[in-house]
Design a binder for this molecule. Structure first.
Ligand code: AMP
Length: 190
């Protein structure tokens, strides 16, 4: 099972992905987490992306595609992949389809978490106060939201055309959203 959790920043993708790791033994492939780990380790890649990330802009397609490709074998050896924060551009989506096709699989389901902008703003203000994540500051968050609306949301028709898209109301409690995702996954499994 290969699942994409789709939605704007702070929609709850990470929270739901972590739950699926526990309940379905899937592997969470979060490009944001991978990039933050690169920054924390002080690697050359980390140094290259730190400024871009802090401003809330997208890093290049090549970087994230490579990070994902490296982790696909691990996901295949378990219950499958949860793509969290990837793909974010059409080029990434097409590259992902090609990589999976070469490996004899494909995307099974795309769950779009719908949360309105006002709720996102207040969620992220709380998260910034708690964790101090640099790109959760109001200016960077606005850039991230713009990047989602202009570069990532246009992927929705791509997956809709493939009949893989399911929309879930992301405004409910964590458990309510989780139940809706479970229902979509069980239906996809047949
Ligand atoms: P996230 O944790 O998914 O919100 O990602 C945090 C930041 O990492 C984003 O604002 C981007 O700067 C970068 N990033 C994460 N995933 C991607 C991606 N798929 N494409 C481009 N940039 C990404």
């Amino acid at each position: 099972m290969n699942l994409i959790l789709f939605g704007p920043p702070a929609a709850g993708k990470g929270t739901q992905a972590k739950r699926l790791v526990e309940t379905r033994k899937m592997v969470q492939l979060s490009t944001g987490d991978m990039l933050r780990a690169a920054i924390a380790s002080g690697s050359e890649l980390g140094q290259r992306v730190a400024g871009v990330m802090e401003r809330g802009e997208l890093v290049t397609d090549e970087i994230v595609i490579e990070l994902i490709e490296e982790r696909l074998p691990e996901a295949e050896a378990s219950g499958g992949a949860i793509f969290d924060g990837f793909p974010r551009t059409l080029a990434q989506a097409e590259a992902l389809d090609i990589m999976l096709k070469h490996r004899g699989s494909g995307i099974d389901l795309v769950v779009r978490l719908k949360v309105d902008d006002t709720a996102l703003m207040s969620r992220v203000a709380g998260r910034f106060a708690e964790s101090g994540r640099p790109d959760d500051n109001p200016e960077s968050f606005k850039v991230r939201l713009d990047a989602y609306n202009t570069q990532t949301a246009p992927l929705l028709p791509y997956y809709e055309d493939q009949k893989k898209l399911v929309e879930v109301d992301g405004m409910g409690s964590i458990d309510t959203v989780a139940a809706a995702i479970d229902k979509a996954l069980d239906k996809t499994r047949g």
